[in-house]
Ligand binder design. Structure first.
Ligand code: AMP
Ligand code: TRP
Length: 359
């Protein structure tokens, strides 16, 4: 770039975000809770996309241990599961040397900004969150205050980096909308144009993978039936068995997607096949039109084993060296902190909080 009046090289534009200067489309942040049983839904809805997006975006991938303790956690399990999620990111293809992989509690700006957002977000907004309503159930007076404030911490995870894009499964859409509302309200209240309005990235044929036991319920880490989900730690035999036993109806597969309406279990298996094979659900139904589940399920099981077992194997190799995972997390946290610190410092300035640290 040259200055047209003097012909001298122009100084880099200080307002251009660093990712734009590197020719990237934006900055991504996403998080996964270290609460055990990472499953096919987590993989197809989120983690697989983490690796796919990394050539076009600057990426921060976070194990959200502070979100995990909104419900009780065994301390030793929390540490082990934090390492397990970090290894899943890496095993799924995230490049830990180029991208930033870290755990939330190691970067204090998340909690600092979350407090500020607790004071920006309104009680009514939080009360409308379906994830809170599902998790609290009839017990809402007895759940932790943290569970209620959970979405404000999630907004802080994203906005501490001014992230522009967030890859997630469909169930997180409402939380991203709340993040946008918090950013807008902060900008309006303080008459600044500070936080970006973040876009969700909900991509693929299986953005909401359903339970293998009940096609109307989301596949979930907390489902008491292990048969309801494919865990990323399941071996090939277990994966095959679970797909063979997956609930379906007695009809053969139809020749088009309309024929699947009212058949949620069948629709779910078609979506999962499509996502694993990188096909559209239309193409899968065309290929298997008229087939019985006795034919389709083994094909799906083979496909799932072929796609998942390299990841499972890599994950267990990585987990044999916990010190190395901790090193990656620590290094990631230092790089994350270098981005978040100046942003949160600017937030303090905007709010009028004095920060003349003598240390
Ligand atoms: P969580 O396990 O709740 O921390 O979720 C981690 C990521 O996986 C989030 O982006 C979720 O949206 C995504 N996810 C969780 N369950 C599913 C599912 N059944 N189908 C698709 N994505 C999911
Ligand atoms: N709430 C998300 C879930 O349950 C996890 C999460 C926490 C997250 N912070 C985030 C996801 C920031 C994306 C961005 O799945």
């Amino acid at each position: 770039m040259t200055d047209t009046t003097t012909g001298a090289a122009a100084a880099p534009n200080p307002h251009l975000p660093p990712y734009a200067a590197r020719g990237l489309k934006g900055r991504i942040l996403s998080g996964v809770q270290p609460t055990g049983n990472l499953h096919l839904g987590n993989y197809l809805g989120a983690i697989r996309n983490f690796a796919r997006l990394q050539n076009d975006y600057e990426c921060l991938y976070c194990v959200v241990d502070q979100h995990a303790i909104t419900v009780p956690q065994d301390p030793r399990m929390l540490a082990a599961q934090t390492r397990e999620i970090a290894s899943a990111f890496l095993a799924a293809g995230v490049d830990g040397t180029k991208q930033i992989v870290f755990n939330q509690s190691m970067v204090p700006e998340h909690a600092q900004l979350a407090w500020i957002f607790n004071c920006v977000a309104r009680m009514g907004w939080m009360s409308r969150m379906t994830q809170f309503k599902d998790k609290a159930g009839k017990n809402s007076e007895n759940v932790s205050l943290g569970l209620y404030a959970y979405p404000a911490l999630m907004a802080a995870d994203i906005l501490a980096y001014k992230a522009t894009h967030v890859p997630v499964g469909e169930d997180q859409k409402q939380h991203i909308e709340l993040t946008r509302d918090i950013a807008l309200k902060f900008n309006n209240d303080y008459k600044v144009n500070f936080f970006p309005i973040t876009e969700p990235v909900i991509e693929g044929a299986a953005t909401r993978v359903m339970s293998l036991r009940d096609g109307t319920k989301k596949m979930s880490k907390s489902d008491p039936s292990d048969q309801s989900r494919i865990n990323l730690t399941d071996d090939a035999d277990t994966i095959a068995k679970k797909f063979r036993k997956a609930k379906t109806d007695a009809e053969p597969l139809p020749s088009d997607l309309e024929g699947l309406s009212g058949r949620p279990d069948a629709r779910n298996l078609i979506n999962v096949y499509a996502a694993l094979a990188d096909m559209t659900p239309e193409a899968v139904i065309t290929e298997y039109a008229g087939a019985q589940f006795g034919t389709f399920k083994p094909a799906l099981a083979d496909l799932a084993v072929a796609k998942l077992s390299p990841i499972t194997i890599k994950m267990s190799q990585l987990m044999q060296d916990p010190a190395e995972i901790d090193r990656i997390l620590g290094e990631g946290a230092a790089r994350a902190d270098a981005i978040a610190r100046p942003i949160v410092d600017q937030v303090y300035d905007i709010i009028g909080m004095i920060r003349s640290r003598p240390f």
